[in-house]
Design a protein around this ligand. Structure first.
Ligand SMILES: CC(C)(COP(=O)(O)OP(=O)(O)OC[C@H]1O[C@@H](n2cnc3c(N)ncnc32)[C@H](O)[C@@H]1OP(=O)(O)O)[C@@H](O)C(=O)NCCC(=O)NCCS
Length: 185
């Protein structure tokens, strides 16, 4: 794989770019403080801005590592940061990555995350030289599965009671896409 890190990516409606500590207000207000957004996630909604600031300073320090991939999703129209999309697990041996994403409720249902996911998948295959990209969701959160399908990922199967999120232990539904499949799309 090529350790090209979190570079800027532009799509029709979005700019994907590294987070900075300056994104604290947007991240806290737009999604990190919202328990509806974090319902199926592994971290609790942030209690205040200080939590968000700490998270962002930790992330910002990690961008020096070219194997760290974590994008802020910026809405082009007004430059506000509305969500995140990141590699949550990287396996350099198998050239594989697992992705995770979340976004402000105000933007749900507009195809924004599929747009971001397609761009990140393309980047990780073309620039980082990966061969496999996967993601999973709680079986009770099927709309995340729709995002994966819309980005061209295929259903692999269900890992029964293999995950734990804010709702407790859950079945994980896995989707993936291989570089060869991406090239054929
Ligand atoms: C899951 C999530 C990323 C979806 O992103 P999105 O940009 O809204 O995705 P889409 O617009 O493609 O919609 C996906 C599905 O959500 C459903 N949906 C549509 N409008 C919706 C709305 N206003 N509110 C809730 N769900 C809606 C639909 O089933 C849609 O599928 P369809 O287009 O086939 O009808 C977003 O809801 C989110 O951030 N959720 C909280 C965090 C999370 O669950 N992350 C995933 C963890 S695995």
């Amino acid at each position: 794989m090529i350790k090209c890190g979190t570079q800027r990516i532009e799509t029709d409606r979005l700019v994907l770019r590294p987070f900075t500590v300056g994104d604290t207000q947007d991240m806290y207000r737009n999604w990190a403080s919202d328990p509806e957004v974090t319902r199926f996630l592994t971290w609790p909604a942030h209690a205040n801005c200080d939590v968000t600031r700490m998270v962002l300073s930790d992330w910002a320090a990690r961008y020096a590592d070219g194997g760290y991939f974590n994008w802020a999703i910026e809405w082009k129209e007004n430059s506000s940061v509305i969500g995140s999309i990141a590699v949550v697990k990287l396996n350099e041996e198998t050239e594989a990555a697992d992705l995770g994403y979340c976004m402000s409720r105000a933007f749900w249902g507009r195809g924004v995350m599929p747009e971001a996911l397609k761009a990140v998948i393309g980047y990780l295959f073309d620039n980082a030289g990966l061969n496999r990209i996967a993601a999973c969701h709680d079986a009770n959160n099927p709309k995340s599965g729709r995002v994966m399908e819309k980005a061209g990922m295929k259903l692999e199967g269900i890992w029964r009671q293999a995950g734990k999120n804010n709702l407790g232990i859950c079945d994980e539904v896995w989707h993936s896409i291989l570089k060869s499949e991406w090239k054929a799309l």
